[in-house]
Design a protein around this ligand. Structure first.
Ligand code: OTU
Length: 673
């Protein structure tokens, strides 16, 4: 065995080694590792020696991460060693079953660990049924994705969900080992993954690990009152503890699913349900849950899934007297889970779905001891929120202030940037950020809700309020990109100027998420300005959840217009294509390059620098429908003597000492000299 143990000593050296990711093993971890290796050798005896050795190397490389992640939540248990052994056997067994082509991919990804940070990685997100009918239909639409430039493909929840209609868009999974029948089979999924892989596309799949459906076999066992299944959830004999917890718990769906606990009809007990009453929170303090979900993850990885979107991770650990979100143990568990993937299916990466306040967001990419070890990707919720805030106020000072003081992310991780998603928009703006630029935080959030639900006079937006919470005053917002950007209103009223501005706004949204760093996610239909879907009101399973208004069906007739000049579809689609081309040829936009917000340049032009060894890139975004002039001092200060805009390929328009920006124009300036 290669001697990886670093020859350093003393507690400071150890701390340094841990933070620097240098291979270090504590004596406890080393002892456990020696035991694990014996188990592994036994389990992998049938494999070619080189394969077994590769596994052992990965096990050694990630052992400390795994150990450090599992020790805090489970280390005090008497059965910790037994649990570790069970987990290691599982990792080895799933690795042994991993198909040859995926093992080759593991190697390729080990050689190119920054594959997902590349400026050439572009995401597209859709529901299989709404986009193409089913998985077979999706495989026939891969040309469309390729035409758009997408190579990171997130297909919304597609595993078997609860039978009776209401399933939260697939986020109530009743069987993690089956594909929803109406979409196809596990074999179809395997085939689709292989097809995509050949085209250089990676499939991202949701892994809903905070909860499962009330119809899942584990939940069924709990309903029968069987202790081993009850222990996989948070089950209470009466309301006393739930009432204690409720004192500090927020509500995610206050209108449609108030409270956080649901009675179990069969036993008269209570079960924790953060989301809907049919979504039972899994009890991650029980190591069996960890083993079961890891098994699910590795099994799906062996089918060919490359990216797991870990749903609602912020809620995975509960502690009385807290809001039961973002607990330290969540980060331990996520680090351990990622170590499992790195060991058994090295190609796989994890994306944390934690739609949390700005102070917590970056912790999901790993901070402090978790630095660089937690999730490879996380949604940049704050960027999305400030994008809409600045578009409404036509003022970028709050955005520049908030993003300017945003903590740095680890260099080996990346944001998933997006302008909107399948969920609502919650105004996650820190009070102190709003106050710092002279805004009343509550009043500003309230303005944004008025603006995007279209009640603010002069608003061009046509969204709707989602799950109003009278207790907190929160009014989250639903709506398609087209409706929030004013395209729907422009088309309804035949207002050409509004139409032009809306198209420009849509392109600005995309330019921002393309330039800021990380994988930009295009939500299906936004590449064509597809309007919202109001038919959801006629579907009894959807009508109480207006997020369905922004989950439309693909309109392939409209899509066909993308090649007809003069249509809105052409304007947006070709505008996006231009951005894709520009991005593909701009190495400055690799996610390992930092982002430095330029705070003082202009109150209406959001600007940032991507400092790169090739020279800086300066991105300017005019957030208004007026022509704006930004001082040349900033590009000059960056040493640019002959700035060129990488989007248009031409020189920017210079007026005296200023750069002219047309309404909603975006420039990516680098120096051509
Ligand atoms: C996620 O949502 C999913 O994206 C939603 O579609 C599901 O309804 C939900 O989980 C339950 O599975 O948990 O960490 O504004 O952003 O519910 C954040 C609320 C989540 C959503 C939130 C989110």
């Amino acid at each position: 065995m290669p001697g990886f143990l670093v020859a350093k000593s003393g507690p400071e050296m150890v701390e340094e080694a841990k933070v620097q990711n240098v291979l270090y093993m504590s004596p406890e971890a080393r002892a456990a590792f020696e035991r694990a290796v014996n188990v592994v050798r036994e389990e992998l005896a049938e494999l070619p020696a080189r394969d077994a050795e590769a596994f052992v190397l990965r096990l050694e490389r990630y052992w400390q991460d795994l150990f450090d992640g599992l020790e805090p939540p489970y280390g005090a248990r008497g059965d910790f060693a037994v649990f570790l052994e069970r987990l290691v056997r599982l990792l080895a067994a799933r690795y042994a079953q991993r198909p040859e082509d995926l093992k080759a991919l593991d190697l390729e990804r080990n050689l190119t660990p920054d594959w997902f940070q590349s400026e050439r990685r572009i995401g597209y997100v859709f529901y299989a049924d709404r986009f193409a009918g089913d998985l077979a239909g999706v495989s026939e639409r891969l040309d469309y994705l390729e035409e758009l430039g997408a190579n990171y493909v997130h297909i919304m929840p597609l595993l078997k969900s609860r039978p009776a209609g209401l399933d939260d868009g697939g986020y109530a999974v009743s069987d993690y080992r089956k594909v929803q029948e109406s979409l196809g089979t596990m074999e179809d999924l395997r085939g689709l993954c292989a097809l995509m892989r050949r085209r250089g596309m990676s499939l991202c799949l949701d892994l809903v690990l905070n909860h499962c459906a009330s119809e899942h076999e584990w939940a069924q066992g709990a309903r029968r009152g069987e202790p081993e299944y009850e222990e996989m959830f948070y089950v209470f004999g009466d309301r006393s503890l739930p009432d204690e917890y409720e004192k500090t718990l927020p509500e995610v769906f206050p209108e449609t699913a108030p409270g956080n606990f649901t009675p179990i009809e069969e036993t008269g007990k209570w079960v924790w349900t953060t989301f809907n009453d049919y979504q039972w929170d899994l009890n991650w303090s029980n190591p069996r849950v960890f083993v079961e979900m890891t098994d699910v993850l590795l099994t799906l990885a062996n089918v060919g899934v490359e990216v797991f979107r870990l749903d609602a991770v912020a809620f995975m650990w509960k502690e009385l007297g807290t809001d039961c979100q973002n607990r330290p143990e969540v980060h331990d568990l996520l680090q351990a889970l990622r170590a499992c993937s790195r060991i058994a299916c090295a190609a796989v990466i994890h994306k944390a779905e934690a739609i949390v306040g700005p102070d917590h967001l970056v912790t999901y990419l790993g901070t402090d001891a978790h630095h660089g070890k937690e999730s490879d990707l996380a949604y940049h919720n704050a960027l999305m929120v400030h994008l809409w805030s600045s578009l409404a106020s036509r003022d970028t000072r709050l955005m520049a202030h908030a993003l300017g003081r945003f903590p740095r992310k680890p260099a080996n991780a990346a944001w998933a940037t997006y302008a909107r998603c399948h969920d609502d928009i919650g105004w996650a703006i820190a009070d102190e950020d709003a106050s710092a630029v002279g805004l009343d935080p509550g009043a500003h959030r309230s303005f944004l809700s008025d603006y995007y639900s279209g009640t603010f006079i002069g608003s061009h937006a046509g969204g709707a309020v989602f799950e109003e919470n009278p207790r907190t005053g929160d009014r989250r917002i639903s709506g398609t990109l087209a409706s929030l950007a004013g395209l729907e209103l422009a088309q309804e009223t035949g207002d050409d100027v509004l139409l032009e501005m809306a198209v420009r706004r849509i392109l600005l949204c995309h330019a921002l998420i393309f330039g800021y760093g990380g994988i930009p996610l295009i939500y299906m239909g936004d590449e064509l300005g597809l309007p919202g879907d109001h038919a959801y009101l006629e579907d009894p399973n959807h009508r109480d959840d207006n997020r369905w208004m922004h989950r439309p069906r693909m309109d392939w007739k409209r899509a066909a217009r993308r090649s007809s000049q003069g249509t809105v579809e052409h304007a947006i689609f070709s505008g996006l294509r231009t951005l894709v081309e520009a991005r593909n040829h701009t190495p400055h936009l690799h996610a390992a390059t930092g982002v430095e917000v330029v705070d003082e340049l202009h109150p209406h032009v959001f600007s940032f620098v991507r400092p790169h060894p090739l020279g800086p890139l300066l991105a300017l975004h005019n957030f208004t429908e007026d022509v704006r002039y930004a001082s040349l001092d900033v590009p000059r200060g960056l040493g640019m003597t002959a700035p060129v805009d990488r989007i248009s390929g031409g020189a920017p328009r210079i007026m005296g000492d200023e750069i002219e920006l047309s309404p909603y124009e975006v420039l990516w300036l680098t120096d051509a000299s």
